[in-house]
Design a protein around this ligand. Sequence first.
Ligand code: PLP
Length: 392
Amino acid sequence: MLNERMSKLGDEPSAIRELFMWGLQRKKVVGDDKVYDFSIGNPSVPAPEQVKACILKHMNDDPVALHSYSTAAGIEQVRNTLADFITRTYDFKSSGSNVFLTHGASGALAASFCAVTLPGEEVIVPAPYFPEYKTWIDTAGSTLVPVACDRKSFQLDFNEIEKAINEKTSAFVLNSPNNPTGAVYPREDLEKLADILESKEKQFGTKIYLICDEPYREITYGAEVPWVPSIYSRTIVCNSLSKTLSLPGERIGYAYVSDIMENARDVYVAITGAARALGHICAPVLFQHILADCIDVPTDVTPYAENRALLTEMLDDLGYEYAEPQGAFYLWMKALEPSAQTFSDKARELDLLIVPSESFGAEGWIRLSYCIAKETIINSKPAFEKLKALYE
Ligand code: PLP
């Protein structure tokens, strides 16, 4: 018998992918330059040259060894290299045994939810949020509890957070820099969050894991992204090379559990088991090597910073309201009517593809991905202007 939940998941359209696919078809009709696609988060900056050089270098390796399975956690030398990077970058002592290599940040997140939450428990997620969290939390059998962020700054709202935590809360998801809002949470807010989680753990006699989803860590416009394990010990960091080195299709990432977590080994073993249960034997091996080889290659944020400046200037000019993005490559703009879906549909009629906020667990906003060609932003101005005029 077919699993009804899986059939539904397989059939459920993602608002982002649906728009993107519509755009591809539409481009065939009106031309590539006549469709202004702000839908999907595919990095528009090419992977650094070093990545190509390292791939070519590995083509001379023994092919049997190169394409063999690694251990479930990943190649030891690669994990050690990553741990050394963490030690020196965040001044936070780490070893290879803290690292579990995964299929992108997605693999790390899905395994982490399964490892630290039980059916009937709750995971708190600041809203708006990356839609796939719900899929992974549902798979773990627990329930996603959205907690609205401050409606202007899209920073954490501590009153809402305190109210939402109860004896069933087993995890809290922190995504900074944030998709979809571009918010970066400052150190003092993370310290405040840590205090709340610790005091709630004491009050309820529970453990609350902080699952940090950080694929955009290196993409910021001046804001500091603090290393959370040094602020809250029960933190699991999930990260990948998808966005920072523009390698989303290569599916390489990791989960990190630090030794300062009181039950670190148990958590690490549970993540190993969860990855196994999800069918993740080992992360792609060639890109495990690339992760180690390119660990010090910086992220090129200049094109995103330029696009951000272009886009915000244009929206300011036209009088749109938005949250100033501090990181990632998304801008969170206010829709001009309560239904973001209707607003997005009207934009689509102008060949302007913008993602409605409903799929991110919020109403009345729009996500604009600006990891796109500069010309698309420049040429989209008349469409944004016409869209605004519909409401005047
Ligand atoms: N988390 C967030 C917030 C994302 O935006 C994405 C991808 O868009 C992921 C996780 C998944 O990243 P990966 O491609 O490394 O699996």
